[in-house]
Design a binder for this molecule. Structure first.
Ligand code: FES
Length: 143
């Protein structure tokens, strides 16, 4: 009276196998070919990062496009670092608490000092000049 739809079960299993094969191709970490040439680590000319108040007091903010990490230890105090990881030059991925993380291999840097909190990176992030002009943050160059 009841017949098992064997074909549909087989179809389902084949679908699972294909999904697994597709997932295996995601491991590559693409890097390089970046615009701007020469692997610049910090902005060579001053760049406007936007309103200075966007950086929380006691915290930090990552400007990935400009490759700058800015921390704000006190209301009127800002410091900036290159956001290019000193391990293999990936741009840092996120700020969490007082650390900034690199998603490429897991390095973590102190947002207040630029020092390495977790490897594989061994060198601190280089400092970048930063200043506030008319309420806006300017980093790099002679800022
Ligand atoms: S490039 Fe950042 S941890 Fe490797």
């Amino acid at each position: 009276m009841t017949s098992q739809p064997a074909a549909s079960r087989r179809t389902l299993l084949r679908g699972v196998a294909l999904a697994g094969a597709a997932g295996a191709g995601l491991a590559a970490c693409g890097e390089g070919g970046d615009a701007g040439g020469g692997g610049e680590e910090t902005p060579s000319a001053p760049v406007d990062l936007g309103a200075a108040d966007e950086v929380p007091v006691g915290g930090a903010r990552l400007y990935r496009e400009q490759r700058v990490l800015v921390s704000r230890p006190a209301e009127d105090e800002y410091q900036a670092f290159s956001a290019v990881c000193t391990h293999q030059r990936c741009v840092l991925s996120a700020v969490e608490g007082t650390g900034a993380d690199c998603a490429c291999h897991g390095s973590r840097f102190d947002t207040q000092t630029g020092k390495v909190l977790r490897g594989p990176a061994t060198k601190a992030l280089p400092a970048v000049p930063v200043s506030v002009k008319d309420g806006r943050l300017v980093a790099g160059g002679d800022a």
